[in-house]
Design a protein around this ligand. Structure first.
Ligand SMILES: [Mn+2]
Length: 340
């Protein structure tokens, strides 16, 4: 469903001179979250505003080459007065690539307490009604696609400069898994328009995917050899990453990203999960093929996302309990998996 609310009001805001605008991606931001916030940031700057990005936590290393990423503020590294300063005099808060306010984690309360108008641009299922202005389509490939479409709706496409185009292209590439998922004629058309800005796509691909540290690759080998569990009869496979794995391989933000897809790539496997033991909580990252609803399994543990890619986080379960419950859940829902 495509939802557009109060975008005229947004245009009126943006026609004013030099507005201080806060842009927020979701916690543990990925390529689409950072690509869309930075893309929107470059667009707003070109339009003459004073935007800045405030991320709930650190962004992954594989995005550290994006233009102006060093200017992103990391909320959990700031003290209270620094945060106050950022909120002070802000005229608009743009929430990008999430639609449940708790995805802003430590910032959620501050956002809701402030009386600053909120814009939501997103493509995840079932948006919560916390925003004053909404540009949402759960059929879109990525929030970067949505930012492009928003700029088009505002009739300001000429303000997309090369920096903006690089960021938006990056989010489209990462969220579609290099043009494999959630494809449409529209997303290829938009990618084509971005290429016209001379963004050197091969360079972007190399920066994203040929940029592994040796340690990350050794870690991948360890996960594949020691931590992959395959239940062929359930058409289900998962990884279990413990806290000691994280310490042993000195994992950085983003190091475990995408590994779940190896489990999904096994013949006869239609549902995969990556379980992560963190300090005080357990994380689930689900992927599925075709009609199999990854989102159903994420929702069971209080999470959300997309039909084929979804996640959850629980403070109530140890990783061992989470693993047991997960396997039970998959066993009890075989009708959702044996679809074809
Ligand atoms: Mn996204």
């Amino acid at each position: 469903m495509f939802t557009v609310i109060n975008i005229n009001r947004l245009k009126i805001y943006l026609k004013k001179n030099k507005q201080k605008i806060m842009i927020i991606p979701h916690v543990s931001p990925d390529g689409d979250a950072i690509g869309s916030t930075l893309g929107f940031y470059h667009f707003l700057k070109a339009l003459g505003h004073q935007p800045f990005i405030l991320s709930p936590d650190e962004y992954p290393y594989y995005l550290d080459w994006l233009p102006d990423i060093e200017k992103v503020y990391i909320a959990n590294q700031l003290d209270t007065s620094q945060l106050e300063n950022l909120f002070w005099n802000t005229r608009l808060i743009a929430c990008l690539d999430f639609n449940a306010i708790n995805r802003a984690e430590g910032l959620s309360e501050k956002i809701m307490e402030s009386s600053i108008p909120i814009l939501m641009v997103d493509h995840h299922e079932t948006p919560e009604p916390f925003a004053d202005m909404i540009f949402h389509d759960n059929k879109a490939s990525s929030t970067c696609e949505m930012v492009y479409r928003l700029i088009e709706t505002l009739d300001w496409l000429n303000f997309i400069n090369i920096e903006c185009a690089k960021c938006l292209y990056t989010g489209i590439v990462t969220d579609t898994g290099c043009f494999r998922y959630a494809l449409s004629e529209r997303v290829h058309e938009i990618a084509g328009k971005l290429l016209q800005k001379d963004i050197q796509p091969l360079k972007i691909h190399n920066s994203l995917f040929n940029n592994n540290s040796e340690e990350r690759l050794r870690f991948l080998g360890h996960m594949l050899k020691e931590r992959l569990v395959v239940h062929k009869d359930l058409r289900f496979a998962y990884f279990k990453q413990t806290f000691s794995d994280k310490q042993k391989y000195h994992l950085k933000e983003g190091d475990s990203e995408g590994i779940v897809n190896y489990a999904l790539s096994i013949r006869g496997i239609d549902l995969a999960c990556y379980l992560t033991e963190e300090d005080g909580y357990t994380k689930f990252s689900f992927r599925s093929l075709g009609e199999v609803p990854a989102i159903y399994f994420a929702k069971h543990f209080g999470g959300g996302g997309h039909h084929n890619a979804a996640g959850a986080k629980t403070h109530d379960l140890t990783i061992d309990d989470a693993e047991k419950q997960l396997v039970e859940l998959v066993k009890n829902n075989q009708h959702l998996i044996h679809l074809s």
